[in-house]
Design a protein around this ligand. Structure first.
Ligand SMILES: [Fe+2]
Ligand SMILES: [Fe+2]
Length: 357
């Protein structure tokens, strides 16, 4: 019959043993076991709201103070107050507000962290991705996946602003960040305007002769009019998700899966007065309020939000959403690292046992 053994050492002998281990770049697992193999995760990131009425003036101030010659990208970073100066909005995701002024360009470059842009204010600025010039209008989603050349330009008379979303903290943690500037400030446009939308933008119709092998969506542009039309069609007739209301995922037309291997994007509509049930998942999420007002309860904390605010839900934090208006819908854009966790068998989801916090 096997049994557990008793320790033989005196406290002094153990202390001396641990000191010796340290000098050899080793340590005893049993002294830290409980902090390594935790019962469940607890994110250092905290729930937080970044208010549009504070963010926008700071972006305009940045545009006054800094030119694009001195700022490769003029971005106000959204830094999680719980993450002690890390360049991160949640543990794995980064978000920021970028501004390009009339007549300016943000020069061409590429990097392994993947990026997405959700357009907040633009009357026809553009992003060029691998030679495809994509016009940007309010509510559009534009992708610049891993290692794609991209530059931005504003040939309109008003500032353009968008929310950046990147998997930068994840790529940093994996020590897989590469960056390269393009040889010229602006890359040549080599394809007809908005080529990816022309080729892949027809819902449910895919050109058979195109056979992309990339792991990301070949469609780089998800225009707002299509997104809004889909929400409007479904909202009156669908029950929707108990946790998110009428929620739709932007998909890779080749796979039906997420738009990029590291990030999935969603749009959701909370009907007037709708409030959802609480759940939690190991993936973290960054939300942008496209329109409307309401609140989310995250880890027991109420986050009130309104038009164009940004807020985050750390991993494994219970959350639920509510539309505060009795007459208007609330619409949230969000992006998440769920594809990473799913591909590693680390994605877990749990409903709140009582439905609400
Ligand atoms: Fe970039
Ligand atoms: Fe959720």
């Amino acid at each position: 019959m096997l049994s557990q053994s008793a320790s033989k050492a005196t406290p002094e002998e153990l202390a001396s043993f641990y000191r010796d281990l340290e000098t050899q770049s080793t340590a005893a697992l049993w002294t830290v076991q409980e902090s390594v193999l935790v019962n469940e995760p607890k994110s250092k990131a905290v729930p937080h709201v970044w208010r549009w009425k504070e963010l926008r003036p700071q972006a305009m101030r940045a545009a006054d103070l800094i030119g694009t010659q001195d700022a490769e990208r003029r971005v106000i970073m959204l830094l999680n107050p719980g993450l002690d100066g890390r360049i991160a909005t949640t543990n794995s995701l980064f978000s920021g507000l970028q501004i390009v002024m009339p007549g300016e360009s943000a020069r061409a470059h590429r990097h392994t962290p993947a990026a997405l842009r959700f357009i907040i204010e633009s009357d026809g600025g553009y992003t060029t991705v691998n030679g495809d010039r994509i016009p940007m209008h309010n509510g559009d989603l534009v992708l610049t996946p891993n290692w794609t050349w991209h530059d931005h330009g504003n040939n309109t008379n008003t500032p353009i602003m968008w929310l950046d979303g990147l998997d930068l903290p994840l790529a940093h943690m994996l020590e897989a960040v590469f960056y390269e500037p393009y040889s010229e400030d602006v890359q040549p446009v080599t394809l007809p305007t908005d080529s990816s939308l022309t080729t892949y933008g027809a819902a449910s119709l895919r050109p058979t002769w195109e056979n992309p092998t990339e792991t990301h969506s070949p469609l780089m542009h998800y225009p707002w009019d299509q997104t809004w039309a889909a929400l409007q069609r479904l909202a009156p007739v669908a029950d929707g998700s108990p946790y998110d209301g009428v929620v739709l995922e932007y998909t890779n037309p080749n796979t039906g899966g997420p738009v990029m291997p590291t990030m999935a994007c969603h749009i959701q509509l909370l009907r007037p007065g709708e409030s959802t049930k609480a759940h939690r998942h190991t993936s973290s999420t960054i939300y942008h309020v496209v329109e409307g007002e309401g609140f989310s309860v995250v880890d027991g904390q109420r986050l009130d939000w309104e038009n164009k605010d940004v807020f985050c839900v750390p991993g494994w934090a219970y959350h639920e959403h509510a539309n505060a208006s009795a007459t208007e819908p609330a619409v949230l854009f969000s992006f998440t690292d769920a594809p990473v966790l799913r591909s590693l068998s680390l994605l877990r989801e749990q409903p709140h046992p009582e439905g609400h916090q």
